[in-house]
Design a protein around this ligand. Structure first.
Ligand SMILES: *[C@@H]1O[C@H](CO)[C@@H](O)[C@H](O)[C@H]1NC(C)=O
Length: 189
């Protein structure tokens, strides 16, 4: 914006000059030409300013993407939220690595994924992905065969303020999730 303001100042100075210099017609003619090309330049700058302003604000307000890893092994109780505590990506800061909760900053369509591992020391692992209190995906890592992996995916429409999280399946006895090998991902489409 600063250069446009400077342009206005130059324009005012030129107007004053062209009305006071008076007698010398060739000088006035040159000033007139300079003034009109300056007006054109300012118009172009103002248009560019508007375009740039519009583009950058629309990108920054809707760009949302996160990717986080669970570091520790956690023994999960019924409905306990899995807090993927190690942030790898968090554009827009909509994922909270202290609570494990993603909060939609804008209305829109969002994609979520979770890959997880059950340690060989545990029997099974049941997880659920929820939007507010509605289940949007369910995942299971089967029993037997050493460690076992499971995964969940979802595409949902979210209103601003809606939340998505991964939690232990309600009503299942305590189960263990494998640290380092479990991830939670999400982004706005
Ligand atoms: C979802 O939960 C959030 C946070 O508690 C709340 O602000 C929002 O209104 C809820 N949305 C719906 C559709 O219930």
């Amino acid at each position: 914006m600063q250069f446009v303001d400077m342009g206005h100042i130059i324009l005012i100075v030129l107007s004053v000059l062209s009305s006071t210099v008076g007698q010398d017609t060739s000088c006035c003619c040159k000033l007139g030409q300079a003034k009109s090309s300056l007006v054109d330049a300012i118009t172009t700058l103002q248009r560019t300013n508007r375009l740039l302003g519009g583009t950058s604000s629309s990108i920054s307000s809707t760009e949302v993407a996160f990717h986080a890893r669970l570091k520790p092994y956690v023994t999960l109780g019924s409905s306990q939220i899995v807090v993927f505590d190690q942030v790898i990506t968090n554009i827009g800061q909509a994922y909270n690595p202290h609570t494990g909760i993603f909060t939609a900053p804008n209305d829109g369509i969002y994609f979520f994924a979770c890959t997880f591992l059950r340690p060989h020391t545990a029997t099974q692992l049941h997880l659920q992905m929820v939007q507010n209190s509605t289940e949007i995906s369910r995942g299971h890592a089967a029993t037997g065969g050493g460690s076992q992996a499971g995964s969940m995916n979802a595409v949902v429409y979210m209103h601003t303020g809606d939340v998505v999280k991964v939690r232990h399946y309600p009503g299942v006895g305590s189960e263990i999730i494998h640290g380092d090998w479990s991830f939670f991902t999400g982004y706005r489409i």
